[in-house]
Design a protein around this ligand. Sequence first.
Ligand code: AMP
Ligand code: MG
Length: 485
Amino acid sequence: MPVSPAYRPDPRFFDLGPDYSDAVKAADFPQTILRFRNDRAAAEVGLETLSDAEWIATFGRFDPLPGQPGPVAMRYHGHQFRHYNPDLGDGRGFLAAQMRETPRAQAASDRVASDSAQGRLLDLGTKGSGRTPWSRDGDGRLTLKGGVREVLAAAMLEAQGVPTSRALSLIETGEALERGDEPSPTRSAVLVRLSHSHVRFGTFQRAAYINRPDQIETLIEHVRSLYHPEVAPGDVPGLMQAITAASARLTARWIAAGFVHGVLNTDNLNVTGESFDYGPWRFLPAYQPGFTAAYFDHGGLYAFARQPEAVFWNLTQLASCLAVVSEPKLLADALNGFGPAYIRELRAAFLMRLGVHSLGEAADQRLVDTTLALLREGGEAMRWEPLFFDWFGGFASSARALSGPRAKLYQGEAFDAFRFALMEHEPDRIERLEHPMFAAREPEEMLIDKVETIWTAIAADDDWSPLNAKLARLEAARRAWGFDK
Ligand code: AMP
Ligand code: MG
């Protein structure tokens, strides 16, 4: 197995033992056709040197990587749409491996004191790799369309500076799947993602539910030492505060990106505040607070503007698990940090998306408020992504925005207020505007009709070129926005 010297196995979740996961085997697929390999992500863990044949053996047939104990299905519970479900767990995926990221791979802007010199601990997690003890009535499979959608969501979010898992590999597996929500039979695939922890809020909920405070203690120390080492050993409220802060940052960045995750259950939020597990996600076309992604979310519980509330509610569930072994009052204080942290992070996220420097709390907040007001007043014509694209860099983009295809939208009171608030702020790394992306008339968006167009080319003609072209443009966008450092 020609892994590169950068490959450093460190299977720490596996070390927790059989109380937290179950050894499983991957399904034996009739075919393994490589559809997507993310060499940039692979290079961050020393796997880009695999030949295609070795890649398929590793991520399609799951031949073991060196130094890894073999796949385990992780145990967890969770609240789904606020109803507790103890019958969850990895039902169609597993933790395949854990390894260290090369330290230089990490974005400087996201580097925090806790990221030790040895690099972050990353997981290879699968989706669609076969049945497990937690599959219930499910087939353990992933549709090819579901796999393509996860590849697209992760690439778009990464390009927009949202902390996200990356899709590492997508391999078509040659089975015919029956699904209620896709024309069936439909094609199958196995996805491998690279993620900064798959320990979910629901991992703690399971330990609480089965009345095992010792397991809660073990998980606390596991998560603290590996993901939040700036927190002192035994400081459980400190850990709650760290997870709350990371979750607030994530939520703020989703909002600034116009992203609707769709299924914010406690089994879909992890302890590092990294977004993962993309199912019915959508990006907002325009300002629609009630915009809902999942067709089965009848009440709009996880609508766009309700995401902060949903994440906070999930954090309260995590806190109630930690309260089994810690002081509830201190945990409540940590939890109550969510609101202020979210508001702070929202300001930072808008500054980031508009490419301008902070000018202090009041001016930054004016920029958030006037941006949202302009989006609201603009209705459907004022699409979300183009506003950030047109005005990226503040006054440095004035001429570009006012002579561009949306020039006629930029007038009136709401626009004047926005422009005034924006022009107060200095551009941040103005040289980014020299990237050719900013010479284009349209930004990279990820609206549902385009996603369907990309899928239709694959489904109807086995034409992968629209997907590959989109991924290439998203990679260019990531560099243009400056997330390649
Ligand atoms: P998700 O909505 O993807 O977060 O999944 C919720 C739960 O359902 C998890 O326990 C999954 O492992 C399980 N699940 C979803 N789809 C399947 C499937 N096709 N086969 C087995 N388990 C599944
Ligand atoms: Mg999930």
